[in-house]
Design a protein around this ligand. Structure first.
Ligand code: HPA
Length: 271
């Protein structure tokens, strides 16, 4: 596998003419607005990249965008891989190995999530303070190929306190209100039952989604500093009596992405 990562890295570097990204950003469902601010973009479809996971029938493939934002060199992973597509943990986290191989030391993850905390409203942003892995998988199980066995990775500060402080400062400066909370990941693709949401609230979750946790675990394995933001696209099942719909998730994401882009641009500039 690591030989594959090297080939992927060599391919990307051959496209980059010396461009060395400082920061990587994973874009969640419907949250791509920030890419409009990227200058001198080089866009590489995932389907062109050797060893990148192949698109499924249902999922659109995505692309890497490289360029500058707020004076920093940025690598955007626009489109991620999910458990609910039937992806393996190794496929879901493959891009993180590539980010590491390119020498990137800061990873920003974004996602769409359902609000469990009763204070949250659709369109709100939540800085991820910590997560609960409810996926039933861990991408480090069995060890990462080529690394000589299983590694026990500390997760007590998975989301960098240093970067969270910077994100708070950026939010203050841009007057973008943010919550701070715990993100819980489930596999999906069905949304949760009200009983599951009640249980998740009891165990300490503020928001629920179907992504992010595998990538964050792999980033910590590589000692990449992580910061995460959830866009609360809906109230979780049973928090409101409304039925959940994927279209609504995407729609609310689209309306909130301007504010998310402002926040992240300020944050990236201050890194
Ligand atoms: N549940 C799980 N994943 C989600 C939700 C939700 O309510 N909203 C957006 N992603």
């Amino acid at each position: 596998m690591m030989a594959n990562v090297k080939e992927t890295k060599d391919f990307l570097e051959s496209k980059l003419a010396g461009f060395k990204p400082d920061v990587a950003l994973v874009i969640g469902s419907g949250l791509g607005g920030i890419t409009q601010g990227v200058t001198k973009p080089v866009v590489i479809p995932y389907t062109d990249i050797p060893h990148f996971p192949k698109p499924t029938v249902a999922g659109h493939a995505g692309q890497i965008i490289l360029g500058e934002l707020a004076g920093k060199k940025l690598l955007v992973l626009s489109g991620r891989f999910h458990c609910y597509e039937g992806r393996s943990p190794a496929e879901i986290t493959y891009p993180i190995h590539v980010v590491d191989a390119l020498g990137v030391k800061v990873l920003i993850v974004t996602n769409a999530a359902g609000g469990i905390n009763p204070q949250y409203k659709p369109g709100d942003l939540m800085v991820i303070e910590d997560h609960i892995n409810h996926l039933g998988i861990n991408p480090l199980i069995g060890g990462v190929n080529g690394d000589g066995g299983v590694k026990f990775i500390d997760m007590s500060q998975a989301y960098s306190p240093r970067l969270r402080e910077k994100l708070d400062a950026a939010a203050e400066k841009q007057q973008v209100p943010v919550w701070r909370g715990v993100y819980l990941a489930t596999t999906g693709p069905s949304y949760e039952t009200p009983a599951e949401i009640k249980a998740f609230a009891w165990i300490g979750a503020d928001a629920v989604g179907m992504s992010t946790v595998p990538e964050v675990i792999m980033a910590r394995y590589h000692n990449i500093e992580v910061v995460g933001i959830s866009c609360i696209t809906n109230l979780a099942a049973g928090i409101s009596s409304k039925k959940l719909s994927h279209d609504e998730v995407l729609e609310v994401g689209r309306t909130a992405q301007g504010k998310l882009a402002r926040l992240l641009t300020e944050f990236i500039g201050a890194l």
